[in-house]
Design a protein around this ligand. Structure first.
Ligand code: GTP
Ligand code: MG
Length: 194
C-alpha cells in the first residue's frame, strides 16, 4: 500500500464524534503501552502522526486518521492503565461499546498485544468481547525486535492458546521500530479496498 496521504481528523469520546467518510475503518485496541500508536505511525509511514510515549496512558481519546481518503484508522486509549477504578472501567467500556455499535464502516478490530508477554486477563476479556460483538478480530503482536526468533515462536503459541484462537484466525507479528510485518498489515487492509 502506498501512503499518499495520512492526516489526523478528529479526537472524540463518543460515537457521535465518528467522522462520516464512508470508507473502510480499522481500529487498534490493546493494553496501554503495547505500541498501538507506534503501529499506526508505522502503517502510515509517518513518524509523529499519532502521539507515542514510553509512559502508559498517552492516548486518552478515540483518534481518527484519514489515509489516502480511502481508509479510516482509529487509535484507541489503552486499557489496563486507566481502568484501575471501577468508574473508569465502566466509562471505558461504554465508550468502546458505543463506538463499536455505531461505527457502520468498521471492518476489523486489531487487538494489539506485546509479543514478549502472555496476554493478560484484560486482553482475554477484550478479545472475547470483540468476538461476541461479531467483530472481525486480528491479533497483532508488537515489539518483536526485542526478542529472538525462538522466543517469538514460543510466545506466539502462548498468545494463541491464552486467547483460544482458532488456527484459521490471523496473528501478525510486527516491529513498528524495525518496520517488520507492516507489509502484512497493509496487505490485510488492502483486501477491504476496491
Ligand atoms: P497508550 O497510548 O498509552 O495506550 O500506548 P500505546 O499502545 O499507543 O503505545 P505507544 O505506541 O505509545 O508505545 C509505547 C512505547 O513502546 C514507546 O516507548 C514506543 O517507542 C515503544 N514501542 C512501540 N512499538 C515498538 C516496537 O515495535 N519496538 C520497540 N522496540 N519499541 C516499540
Ligand atoms: Mg497510544
Amino acid at each position: 500500500m502506498i501512503i499518499k496521504k495520512a492526516e489526523y481528523i478528529i479526537s472524540g469520546t463518543k460515537a457521535s464524534h465518528i467522522p462520516d467518510l464512508k470508507v473502510p475503518e480499522f481500529v487498534f485496541m490493546g493494553r496501554s503501552n503495547v505500541g498501538k500508536s507506534s503501529l499506526l505511525n508505522a502503517i502510515t509511514n509517518r513518524k509523529n502522526l499519532a502521539y507515542t510515549s514510553s509512559k502508559p496512558g498517552k492516548t486518552i481519546t478515540l483518534n481518527f486518521y484519514n489515509v489516502n481518503d480511502a481508509i479510516l484508522l482509529v487509535d484507541v486509549p489503552g486499557y489496563g492503565y486507566a481502568m484501575r477504578l471501577v468508574q473508569d472501567r465502566l466509562n471505558y467500556g461504554k465508550m468502546i461499546e458505543d463506538y463499536l455499535e455505531k461505527s457502520k464502516y468498521l471492518k476489523t478490530c486489531f487487538l494489539v498485544v506485546d509479543s514478549r508477554h502472555e496476554p493478560t486477563e484484560d486482553d482475554v476479556l477484550m478479545y472475547n468481547f470483540l468476538k461476541h460483538s461479531n467483530q472481525n478480530v486480528v491479533v497483532i503482536a508488537t515489539k518483536i525486535d526485542k526478542i529472538s526468533k525462538n522466543e517469538l515462536n514460543k510466545n506466539i503459541s502462548i498468545i494463541r492458546k491464552k486467547l483460544q484462537m482458532q488456527s484459521t484466525e490471523l496473528l501478525i507479528p510486527v516491529s513498528s521500530e524495525k518496520k517488520i510485518g507492516i507489509d502484512k498489515v497493509h496487505s490485510y487492509i488492502e483486501t477491504f479496498l476496491n
